[in-house]
Design a protein around this ligand. Structure first.
Ligand SMILES: Nc1ncnc2c1ncn2[C@@H]1O[C@H](COP(=O)(O)OP(=O)(O)OP(=O)(O)O)[C@@H](O)[C@H]1O
Length: 260
């Protein structure tokens, strides 16, 4: 993204997400070792690395799915290292999963509405919402943001795979997030669906930063302005997308290892 520098200055200078010396052990295995990463508000970062590099473990530590063994994690300046996941969600952190978390028997609109309702702190009537319901308006806006307006009345089970992935992004956008962790959003997508995904991610509001784990380099490097390369649970390299792409060590370690 060429306009990265002006976009950052417009959204603030403190860190959105800051990991300091994060280590995560599973018995004798160190899935993460002394990982230090700083992501600014509004920044979009790819975390790349071969299988087992520690990418998913990194996400799990940030979301609170399991805590780090040592080190600290700050979210917009606040130490969240030992917060339960829901407290992180309340502060505007979201995540998508490789495995779908959708309700297949409900429509697109109902899925997004329920997500909006789930992260809202208001009280609700048990009656079905009307068209003027504020949360319903919010849901419609999110459906539009992920290009699903034409299929909003369809059941999720009837959607194409790519549309389901788009819907997952809408759910992550519910309730004014400040930062999103995207876990391989391009997995299993067709070339057309990948282009659509790139369009959706690059059109997100400027203040929403994210980290994306993505094996598809064509997608990853087009939707971020910075890259962290991991290897064996450690940060191996950081840089701009074109620097990482051209780096001989990265090419040998990752690009040459079956990833295109
Ligand atoms: N719950 C767990 N229990 C034991 N070991 C785990 C657990 N989760 C991850 N690991 C191990 O930690 C290391 C890092 O795994 P992780 O899933 O974070 O890597 P990854 O970079 O996300 O890989 P992939 O690209 O295959 O998803 C691996 O050796 C993995 O086997």
């Amino acid at each position: 993204m060429d306009s990265a520098a002006p976009r950052f200055s417009a959204v603030g200078s403190g860190a959105a997400l800051e990991l300091r010396g994060v280590t995560r052990l599973f018995g004798a295995l160190a899935a993460l070792t002394d990982v230090t990463i700083t992501v600014r508000p509004g920044e979009r970062r790819a975390v790349l690395g071969s299988n087992g590099a520690g990418k998913t473990t990194l996400f799990n530590c940030v979301t609170g799915d399991f805590p780090p063994s040592s080190g600290t994690i700050r979210f917009f300046g606040e130490d969240i290292t030992h917060f339960p996941p829901y407290e992180r969600i309340r502060r505007g952190l979201r995540r998508t999963y490789q495995i779908s978390a959708l309700f297949p028997g409900l429509t697109v609109r109902d899925n997004v509405y329920l997500a909006c309702r789930g992260v809202s702190r208001g009280r609700f009537s048990p009656l079905r919402p009307g068209a003027n319901d504020a949360l319903m308006h919010a849901a419609e806006a999110l459906i539009q943001a992920v290009h699903l307006t034409p299929v909003r009345e369809q059941l999720v089970a009837e959607l194409a795979h790519g549309q389901q992935r788009q819907l997952e992004i809408a759910l992550a956008l519910a309730g004014a997030p400040r930062f999103i962790l995207f876990d391989e959003p391009a997995a299993g997508l067709s070339p057309t669906e990948r282009r659509e995904l790139i369009d959706i991610l690059t059109s997100l509001p400027a203040h929403i930063g994210y980290i994306i784990i993505e094996h598809d380099m064509d997608v990853a490097l087009r939707v971020v302005e910075s890259v962290t390369m991991m290897h064996n649970g450690r940060v191996f390299k950081e840089g701009l997308p074109h620097e990482i792409e051209a780096d001989p060590e990265v090419q040998e370690l990752y690009l040459g290892a079956g990833h295109e």
